[in-house]
Design a protein around this ligand. Sequence first.
Ligand SMILES: C[S@@+](CC[C@H](N)C(=O)[O-])C[C@H]1O[C@@H](n2cnc3c(N)ncnc32)[C@H](O)[C@@H]1O
Length: 249
Amino acid sequence: MAEQNIYDNEAFFENFRSSRSNEANFNDCIETPILFSMLPDLREKEILDIGCGMGQHAKQYAEMGAASVLGIDISEKMLEYAKAHNSAEHVDYRRMSMEDIGTINRQFDLVTSSLVFDYAEDFGGLMQKIHGLLKDGAAFVFSMSHPIVTAWDGVYDRYTRTETGERLYANLRNYCKEGLRKVDWVVNGYECYHRTVSTLINSLIKAGFVIEECQEAHISDEMRERYPALFGGTIHRPEFIFFRCRKHS
Ligand SMILES: C[S@@+](CC[C@H](N)C(=O)[O-])C[C@H]1O[C@@H](n2cnc3c(N)ncnc32)[C@H](O)[C@@H]1O
């Protein structure tokens, strides 16, 4: 596998595991509630979760009545954790890179993905592969980092701050320049891909999807006040972007 597999890096995995298990974290407090609010009825559905990570979502999909959930991920460590902590009947975890999903020889009622497509070099090609894996009329619901967030190259603070450290506004750099961003974040040389909002939308349309809903990350004032260090910046920029799409029936 030539793709970056940063979650098998011990330090990166441990950072992710520990922050995701904190009482307050971006996944449980922001990403998951919005993504789940966009899901269709899961009862009796066959679901593919791309980049399932530690399996929290896959297990919940099974508990919500899914007929089957296939969770794929490139990281052995993430899958090891998923199998140990989030196994369930009708949930199958498999090591596979998202670039290889064209080899899956079946179709699904729903494809989901949470915060994985930042790592896709060929976003348009991936959308086409996902379209091919869906039954007619089936849904595709996903989140990824908001392009406002990936327009960063690590050489400056993400926020302009007052002398006392209060975030005044969010900074952007080279928003219009798409492609690989290599930054020192948790580890040296973390890689993700930046794309503009219009590229995301047009890639979905070109793949044949109807876009039914788009959301941007949001959180309540109460949570911002309760966890100012963690969520204080969310007033200035949406951390994630979400889409619910459908394959034409
Ligand atoms: C931010 S984590 C999200 C995990 C999970 N979806 C969640 O919401 O907790 C990103 C996940 O994408 C996986 N990933 C990164 N690149 C991948 C690739 N090329 N193919 C499949 N999975 C990949 C990582 O191993 C990691 O588990």
